[in-house]
Design a protein around this ligand. Structure first.
Ligand SMILES: [Zn+2]
Length: 501
């Protein structure tokens, strides 16, 4: 009944949200059935030891080693598909006959693999381990597992405790909920600066590339990709050298704000400023831009832009930019801008092996780089994966809480019981220090970025105010928000200098 009571507690807290994927699988009984009847047909194989059990949902997580559970490591995400590898060693007592490996998950039918064993398992050879493809619905926040390497009872003594884990019963997976999905909203931008009105690629094939790229790298059970019907028409040049990017990003912020965005949605405008990536980019280019913010409750920051050509290059740009929308700074390779000073590895190399759930291949630790850097080949560190999960949990939980509390509409305004518009002068800060007036910004909550002192000059005189600064992900500039008063601001001064109108 332990499972039932825990489930009941969560269900009360999050009524009607179906927040915990796969919760329906939980049964009332907690007695692990290990396939045994009175006279089991299979028993632990002689001469075989189960060295470790590792689970891969993108990044390796060891859950058991040398007969003991491992509690620390990258989180396991409930509802997300997984590969489970059993690492083994053999000695002279192994008869070289095939074994039956079983993976029990709760009380369901075990997953089963039959194979002869080799000399032993190595991390970098996928076929050297006993592997199970685990569908996401079998990984819940209460799931426990048991792994066994068996042979027919007639062929083994049955007393080799090293061939099973745990020695008795099951061991918890400690999976955590990320919420139901990552919600990506693509805004097609009709690019008119060259007279073409060219639209980005939002074909079903390209949307599948976005979905797969996010799915294999982000700690989520599912990726929802939605395309906004009405394109944003944009007739100003947006060039490889960063010219025009700031204006388009700020237009996207307004599109998100006025487009009925839900709190947890990550909006991303895509555009093709040339016929091909090669003709746009030449020897180097800006490929995406977004804002950085530490506060997950600032939903308006979940807006970015990037190239919208065909292929996986732009989907990798998208995971990087949406990483910024999750508050991630740059991993240290190929750029010195906006570096994450806490990043755990030199040169943004991985801190753990990976597994690509789409391509079904291992990703080597020492030769791949975190996608929050500018280097490749790109994968994800346990560090970034964990941080994305933490942000996603916060964002999805806040969205869920607002709907459970009965707020109507589900939009951002619904989050703060009494809507209270905050109005700001919006000033673009260029990389070269150039200040630009942009359209005023109305937010449903006070802006919370880096606080700095500013002075607003109006017909009423000079007034000291606290402004908020949000750096851009690239290019070195950012956005300065200054509270608007009764009188129209004639000028604003801050550490970035003074701008008048
Ligand atoms: Zn970046």
């Amino acid at each position: 009944m332990r499972h039932l009571s825990r489930l009941a507690a969560f269900t009360l807290a999050l009524a009607g949200c179906n927040y915990f994927s796969g919760a329906d699988d939980i049964e009332l009984s907690t007695e692990a059935t290990t396939g045994g009847s009175a006279a089991p047909a299979y028993l632990p194989a002689d001469g075989v030891s189960l060295a470790s059990v590792a689970i891969y949902q993108g990044v390796e997580r060891i859950v058991a080693k040398d007969g003991a559970g491992v509690a620390e490591g990258v989180p396991i995400v409930a509802g997300r598909d997984a590969l489970v590898r059993l690492f083994y060693a053999v000695n002279a007592d192994y008869d070289k006959e095939p074994v039956i490996a079983r993976l029990f998950l709760d009380d369901g039918e075990p997953l089963e693999v039959t194979a002869p064993l080799g000399a032993g398992s190595t991390l970098d050879v996928l076929t050297s381990t006993l592997n199970f493809d685990v569908p996401g619905e079998r990984v819940t926040t209460t799931t426990s597992f048991r792994a066994e390497i068996l042979q027919a009872a007639a062929k083994t003594t049955g007393d080799n405790a090293a061939a099973v884990f745990p020695a008795e019963g099951t061991h918890p997976l400690y999976a955590t909920s990320a919420g139901p999905s990552l919600k990506l909203v693509l805004v097609p931008i009709a690019y008119g600066a060259d007279g073409s009105g060219r639209l980005p690629d939002t074909s079903p094939e390209q949307l599948e590339r976005y979905r797969n790229t996010f799915y294999k790298l982000y700690p989520t059970p599912a990726v929802d990709v939605r395309v906004v019907e009405q394109p944003l028409v944009w007739n100003a040049p947006v060039l490889a050298n960063f010219s025009g990017w700031q204006d388009l990003l700020n237009a996207m912020i307004d599109v998100r704000k006025n487009g009925g965005a839900k709190h947890e949605e990550f909006w991303y405008g895509v555009f093709s400023p040339s016929a091909t990536f090669e003709s746009y980019c030449g020897g180097g280019c800006v490929a995406g831009l977004s804002l950085l913010g530490d506060d997950p409750n600032q939903a308006w920051l979940r807006a970015g832009i990037g190239l919208g050509f065909t292929g996986e290059g732009v989907t990798m740009t998208a995971v990087h930019e949406i990483g910024h929308e999750h508050g991630r700074n740059h991993a240290p390779c190929g750029t010195n801008q906006g570096l994450d000073l806490a990043f755990p590895t030199q040169g943004a190399i991985l801190d753990a092996w990976g597994f690509d759930l789409i391509a079904r291949t291992l990703v080597a630790k020492d030769t791949n780089k975190d996608f929050m850097s500018y280097c490749g080949p790109a994968w994800i560190t346990a560090y970034t994966y964990s941080a994305l999960l933490s942000r996603l949990q916060t964002v999805n939980a806040a969205a869920m809480a607002s709907r459970v509390s009965g707020a109507r509409g589900g939009g951002e305004r619904a989050r703060s019981g009494a809507p209270h518009a905050e109005s700001y002068e919006r000033i673009g800060v260029g990389a070269d220090g150039t200040l630009t007036w942009l359209a005023p910004l109305e937010l449903d909550e006070p802006a919370r970025g880096e606080q700095l002192d500013a002075t607003v000059t109006s017909d009423a005189g000079d007034e000291p105010v606290t402004a908020q600064y949000f750096p851009y992900s690239h290019g070195g500039g950012g956005l300065l928000l200054v509270p608007r008063g009764e009188a129209k601001a004639r000028a604003v001064g801050s550490r970035f200098g003074r701008i008048g109108r």
